[in-house]
Design a protein around this ligand. Structure first.
Ligand SMILES: C[S@@+](CC[C@H](N)C(=O)[O-])C[C@H]1O[C@@H](n2cnc3c(N)ncnc32)[C@H](O)[C@@H]1O
Length: 290
């Protein structure tokens, strides 16, 4: 387990979850599945159910499956790694994480919220796009978030936006939720727009999505945010996020940064145009260059 990661919080939480999972059977190591297609067979009493890892609604419906599959079997460590890294960087900078009001985007069943709460964070608001994530949080981690919204940041209703702005967040976290058809660059930028300036952000991303050749739009967006002074990256660290079903390490990059200036219309409009081009199957034609 990498130095910054700990398994204390999720293990003690798992003990309190009434899990029906008796066994998890992974495909043979030579199966050759891509990360986005990984699956397992879950044994629940007499029933055996095949679940694709990225079908989060199905995963969250089964109490304890997310924790046992990703954390116990596949040694995922990202929520503790990123919250501890954030704590370290913020304290070294001279700020106090206990004064943070966090917006945790792609909150899932609340594992990042659990880690943040243990840091003594003042308040945490979760956002996810699927109701099953909120239902799992209410079921398994009912006292972690001050508010938890099921909403789409790429098409945020006005009332939701007002409510989220009232939370007055000064820190954005998003863990294991960017890329792979999950949170797109436009939604990430919208989340960044919702937090105060100056503010903090901490996120992780598969290392492929941060390379120059990346076509998801994240590497371009992050370069532009840094280059144009919207954010200042204070820490950029490669680490092992988890193992693949074939027991190969999956490396991600953890980023801790400060938000320095408001995002502004031009950037958001560029991202909206890029998202529309992407939807129209024209992802190769970004509306801005870097
Ligand atoms: C792998 S889970 C990560 C959950 C949690 N952050 C953690 O580290 O355990 C990814 C989460 O991102 C959510 N997600 C995917 N697309 C999203 C979007 N566009 N907006 C908000 N959440 C999204 C999924 O529903 C899922 O709950």
């Amino acid at each position: 387990m990498p130095g910054l990661a700990t398994d204390v919080i999720w293990r003690s939480r798992l003990k309190r979850i009434e899990s029906q999972v008796e066994d998890i059977r992974l495909p043979p190591a030579d199966h050759g599945v891509d990360q986005d297609q990984e699956w397992c067979d879950v044994i629940l009493g007499q029933e055996q159910r095949r679940v694709r890892f990225h079908d989060y609604a199905s995963v969250f419906r089964i109490p304890g499956l997310y924790e046992k599959l990703f954390y116990d079997n596949l040694e995922c460590c990202s929520p503790s790694y990123i919250s501890n890294l954030l704590d370290d960087v913020v304290r070294e900078y001279g700020d106090n994480p206990e004064e943070f009001r966090v917006l945790d985007v792609g909150a899932g069943n609340g594992m990042m919220g659990d880690e943040l709460q243990a840091l003594g964070i003042e308040s945490i608001v979760g956002i996810d796009i699927i109701p099953e994530a909120k239902a799992a949080t209410d079921r398994d981690r009912p006292n972690v978030y001050d508010d938890y919204r099921v909403t789409d940041l790429t098409d945020l209703p006005e009332t939701e936006e007002e409510r989220l702005r009232r939370a007055d967040a000064n820190c954005l976290t998003t863990v294991a939720a960017l890329g792979f058809g999950d949170i797109p660059p436009l939604a990430f930028a919208k989340a960044l727009d919702l937090i105060a300036t100056p503010g903090w952000l901490a996120f992780n991303l598969k290392e492929d999505f941060i390379r120059e050749q990346d076509t998801s739009g994240f590497s371009r967006l992050i370069r532009r945010l840094n280059r144009d002074g919207y954010i200042q990256t204070l820490c950029y660290r490669r680490y092992q996020h988890r193992l693949s079903v074939a027991s190969k390490p999956l490396h991600y990059v953890a980023v801790v940064a400060r938000k320095l200036i408001d995002l502004g219309h031009e950037l958001m409009e560029d991202l909206e145009a890029e998202a529309m081009a992407h939807q129209a199957g024209n992802a190769g034609a970004p509306s801005y260059t870097s």
